[in-house]
Design a protein around this ligand. Structure first.
Ligand SMILES: Nc1ncnc2c1ncn2[C@@H]1O[C@H](COP(=O)(O)OP(=O)(O)OP(=O)(O)O)[C@@H](O)[C@H]1O
Ligand SMILES: [Mg+2]
Length: 500
């Protein structure tokens, strides 16, 4: 067999308070898709950042085509054909799609740097990945999923030999995911080596030729193509079996807690939305990317105030034109774009978790019991398995999934009347997902009305007592627990397209 295109040998990396990588080995060959899996904080992102010249190992070596190389900067790695697409997207919001695709590339490769020419060069790439927007659109105006596709376009434009994707599908719709998989398979057929990080083990099984598992910063094992299956991966990831509990779903629905009438959102001002969620009810909000789910949740919480309509909480009218009013009315939102809306990155884990409840208590005039918060934070850190050197550590130093857990902990500990969640477990590993589902269910048992948007069908099916499906800004249908199937959801989410 030919030498691996890219190889890492005995890579170690220590951060203050965390040994992120402990003598890790990795090899990837031309024309191979290598999946890299492991729990939140296992070291996946750190490893690929080292391969792409963004972080530097304390010890160990990187080889390309069998020769030792120094990945001392991102341009060096790019020059050698190693491109990393980030877990936390890295685009320039104020530039348009074209500029982002070619950002940081040496202009002389294109001759005169002429925006029109770049636009022409961008067009086939955008078509290939199925990004449906003008290349002159500012990135700030794109959805999370569309931004992800721009990152992928950037990697394609660079003609990489090794393409590394850190959780690329976490904010893509099913259709976009299919497009991405097709692109990955084409690249593989062209001899590109792909390293693919994902917590969605179904995708890994579908796409990967080989799986490399990291646990606590060390190699935990490898699976050849024919050995790849869900339980095996989980066992290597966590070192034990996890029962993915599909317990009995109590179909409790108390009196109406959240009542929405004639709500008009800024994204789809022409449609009026009606919706009810009962106390203790868990309602899933399904739909394609851009169908209006996030806009609805943002309007209810006040981040993206509604243009009209009425909201009642426990029968009382609620006027919500900003998040403070949302919180005052007993509403909490775990937003889709955590980095911007969910966390204060420079602040510590505990501060972040207690932030919302502190504000809450202050607003209600109650007095703040610091000790109580400390205990509550400690409990959340344990329950959700938040991997952090300490409660004081700044959240910017946590892995992506662990940051996400902090945001969830913050809102779950508030015990709101109405809890809104937008893609609650994006980027979270399989074991912690179950724990989060339990916490959401525990809140519902205490009477919280829960409305969550998710693009993961498994999550919709697992957690929802009832599903509301959105399509192009309106509610296209509703499914009770008994009617709930993947096909039924899919039909309501897309039938406009089928009819067309
Ligand atoms: N800049 C940093 N400063 C301090 N610690 C860090 C830094 N980056 C990563 N770490 C720590 O290194 C460990 C590995 O993190 P890494 O981001 O590689 O995990 P991951 O496997 O990508 O997890 P996830 O699935 O949550 O994205 C974690 O304990 C994390 O807190
Ligand atoms: Mg990561």
């Amino acid at each position: 067999m030919a030498a691996p295109v890219l190889e890492a040998r005995t890579i170690s990396k220590r951060f203050p308070g965390a040994l992120a990588l402990d003598r890790v080995d990795l090899q990837v060959h031309a024309g191979e898709v290598l999946a890299l899996v492991g729990e939140n904080g296992a070291g996946k992102s750190t490893l690929v950042k080292i391969l792409a010249g963004e972080e530097f190992p304390d010890s160990g070596q990187v080889f390309m085509d069998g020769s030792s190389v120094r990945m001392d900067s991102v341009p060096t790695a790019t020059g050698l054909g190693v491109i990393l697409i980030h877990q936390e997207l890295n685009l320039s919001d104020n530039l348009d799609v074209t500029a982002n695709i070619f950002l940081g590339r040496e202009p002389h490769r294109f001759g005169i740097l002429n925006h029109r020419r770049l636009e022409q060069a961008a067009r086939p790439i955008l078509e290939r990945i199925g990004l449906d927007c003008a290349s002159s659109t500012k990135v700030a105006r794109l959805s999370m999923g569309q931004r992800q596709l721009v990152e992928i376009a950037r990697a394609l434009a660079a003609r990489s030999r090794v393409l590394i994707m850190d959780e690329p599908t976490s904010s893509l719709s099913q259709g976009e995911t299919r497009n991405l998989f097709r692109t990955v398979r084409e690249l593989r057929a062209e001899g590109v080596a792909v390293i693919y990080i994902s917590h969605r083990l179904g995708e890994v099984k579908e796409l990967a030729d080989r799986v490399l598992v990291l646990r606590d910063g060390a190699n935990a094992g490898e699976l050849a193509k024919e050995e790849i299956d869900h339980d095996r991966m989980v066992r290597l990831m966590v070192g034990r079996d996890i029962s993915s509990y599909y317990g009995q779903v109590p179909d409790q629905r108390g009196p109406v807690r959240l009542e929405v009438r004639n709500l008009r959102t800024r994204n789809h001002p022409g449609h009026r939305l009606d919706l009810e969620v009962g106390a203790g009810e868990i309602v899933g909000l399904a739909g394609l990317l851009g169908s209006g789910r996030s806009a609805l949740l943002g309007a209810l919480f006040g981040t993206d105030p509604a243009l009209g309509g009425s909201v009642r909480i426990d029968g009382a009218p609620a006027r919500i034109s900003n998040p403070i009013e949302g919180i005052r009315n007993g509403i909490a939102l775990v937003p889709e774009d955590r980095k911007q809306q969910g966390l204060i990155l420079r602040m510590g884990v505990e501060e972040n978790i207690s932030l919302a409840s502190l504000r809450h208590h202050r607003l209600r005039g109650g007095f703040i019991n610091r000790l109580l918060h400390r205990r509550q934070t400690a409990r959340m850190i344990t329950r959700l398995g938040i991997r952090t050197p300490g409660a004081e550590t700044a959240t910017e130093h946590l892995s992506g999934g662990n940051q996400q857990k902090v945001v969830l902990a913050k809102w779950l500990s508030l015990k709101p009347k109405v809890l809104l969640l937008d893609e609650p477990t994006r980027g979270i590993d399989v074991g912690s997902k179950q724990e989060i589902y339990h916490l959401i269910e525990a809140l519902s048992e205490e009477g919280t009305a829960i409305l969550f948007a998710s693009s993961e069908m498994e999550e919709i099916l697992r957690l929802s007592r009832r599903v509301v499906v959105m399509r192009e800004g309106r509610i296209s249908g509703e499914l009770s627990r008994g009617e709930l199937t993947e096909e039924a959801v899919g039909r309501l989410a897309t039938s406009a397209e089928e009819a067309a």
